[in-house]
Design a protein around this ligand. Sequence first.
Ligand code: GLU
Length: 418
Amino acid sequence: MDLYRHPVFDMACHQFDLVADHLEIPTAFRDRLKYPKRALTVAIPIHRDDGSAEVFFGYRVQHHLTLGPTKGGVRYHPDVTVGEVAALAMWMSWKCALAGLPYGGAKGGVTCDPRKLSTKELERITRRYTQEIIPFIGPQVDIPAPDMGTNEQTMAWMMDTYSVHTGYSVPGVVTGKPVNLGGSLGRREATGRGVGYLINRSMDVLNMDPTKATAVVQGFGNVGGVTAHSLTRYGIKVTGISDFDGAIFNSKGIDIAALEQHVATTRSVKGFPGAEAISHAELLLLPCDILAPCALERQITADNAPHLKCRILAEGANGPTTPEADVILERRGDVFVIPDILCNAGGVVVSYFEWVQDLQSFFWTESEVTDKLFRILEGAFTQTLNLSRKRAISMRFAALSLGISRVFEAKKQRGLFP
Ligand code: GLU
């Protein structure tokens, strides 16, 4: 299937093939489970602020429709391709199934650099992208959400564009909206809070004391930023942080609130006075108890995996570890991996709560949201850990096995039409 050819899609397929072998999924089912059900490519012509016209390209991939509508974020990044989006959609499928959500996976993306676009230009791109994918999305069809490079404002524009088309407000068409427009309390914090919860839970399993632990976080966006916050609340000292522009280190711990202030004015962690500058490569190799990659895919590779100096690898990002690195980590045996589809599932879990609240027009308190979030994560974590111990397989293999086998069972139960 050359359409999706991309290192990240190959990686997702490789993971799937290994698990399908392990679960002895019949060959006839494998392609049905692996390849996206639908993929849409759209051209997005907009006026730049200088009056010139430019065409961007956008995608929306729906991986499977067996368990309900599809669900997943929209990414704005210069490297977005249909293959990357397809891989991310596949991971959303296993993630939703692992958490027991009634969704298939989806993902969208626009190939653009949001840092080089004005707010007005981003609004035009978002509205035109939404307009083009309207026949493809809807509260019962496919529900987008934020991902890298998009945020609450992006979701507000998407919701508005869709609602203008239908003639009435449809808050349930996207999640991760501003609370005022039908967003859920606790959605913005959900992914990072979930990462923090699962790290704390893993430390418990490994008999580690959070108040004596240090953490390094790669990425200071919505996921990395909230993760860092959440870790400090568990008493963990965050000693290293990076973003696209730089990386910083302070063995005594970085003041996260002060760093947020710095980023709010300079837009980067670079130059933060409360820490020293280091390189991106050095950050990943810092001695620490917890390493949390919360940025892009393929950061932990065959090159750096042998040299990681952490006890827990908490994957806040999607696909941060390559299959080659996985083999190395398994052989090493001293790094406890909280795999991406479990570790960052808090975001989509609270997106599910947001969708349910929108459909019922009945809204919950933040503590109701957070309690329910932790209950779902606890269940998924325990099931993954138990399966990993029972079968002597890695945490990633166990999480993927649970997700994939649920979709496989559902496909068997529904049968093949016609
Ligand atoms: N983009 C997030 C993810 O990768 C959230 C998706 C959602 O909330 O639908 O899980």
